[in-house]
Design a protein around this ligand. Sequence first.
Ligand code: AP5
Ligand code: ZN
Length: 212
Amino acid sequence: PRILIMGAPGAGKGTQSANITDAFDVEHVTTGDALRSNDDMDISDLGLEYDTPRAYMDRGELVPDEVVNAIVEKALADAAGFVLDGYPRNMDQASELEDMTELDVVLSLEVSEDELIDRLTGRRVCADCGANYHVDFDPPETDGVCDECGGDLIQRDDDTEETVTDRLRVYHENTEPVIEYYAEQGRLERIDGEQTADAVWDDIRETIERAA
Ligand code: AP5
Ligand code: ZN
């Protein structure tokens, strides 16, 4: 199936995308991870005024559409089934996506603002394999060490309280209209993202099985 997972920063898109790729035969297409692994990319040939992707990300701003559109177009061309995470983030990206592919399921993980802030400021990620943890909600067996691979757990540069506030503002201004747009088309599957991760996953799996 071709699945889109929407939701605010910290809503659990990455966590649930990992469950989706384990259970269904799909690729995880994520602009956030793609940008983080190319964060010093030279994008000056696009003729805008330039910064690296990292500079936008560290400010909590969106990276220019041209950059992310190209990433997604290439990734989707190579994938039969996918879970798309982190894109589209504004209406222009949503209309680009419409030219690239069709979607079978559009999920929206709904989580309150207070919970989002707790999740993001407490998140730790493995520097080696990218696995996600949380200092209170999902701690590793040994402090600071990845259960999966033994790598070091670090805090993302954009998970400081100040940048989290900016990311949430950008989300309200640019990305919420995209969610409304899918809702108006009657395509949005709203999921209560504030339950435990396992309960959220049960709801998502049922929704995908019903829709796909
Ligand atoms: P991106 O990497 O996409 O970050 P994000 O959307 O802000 O989302 P997060 O990864 O922070 O959260 P998530 O929803 O995946 O939650 P997670 O599962 O980790 O984007 C980063 C930046 O890249 C952007 O700011 C922008 O600059 C740029 N960018 C990316 N895409 C772009 C685009 N299309 N256009 C332009 N720029 C773009 O969970 C969070 C924490 O909560 C974890 O610690 C987890 O363990 C915990 N948790 C998860 N589920 C639960 C639960 N049910 N209960 C308790 N804890 C939970
Ligand atoms: Zn790891």
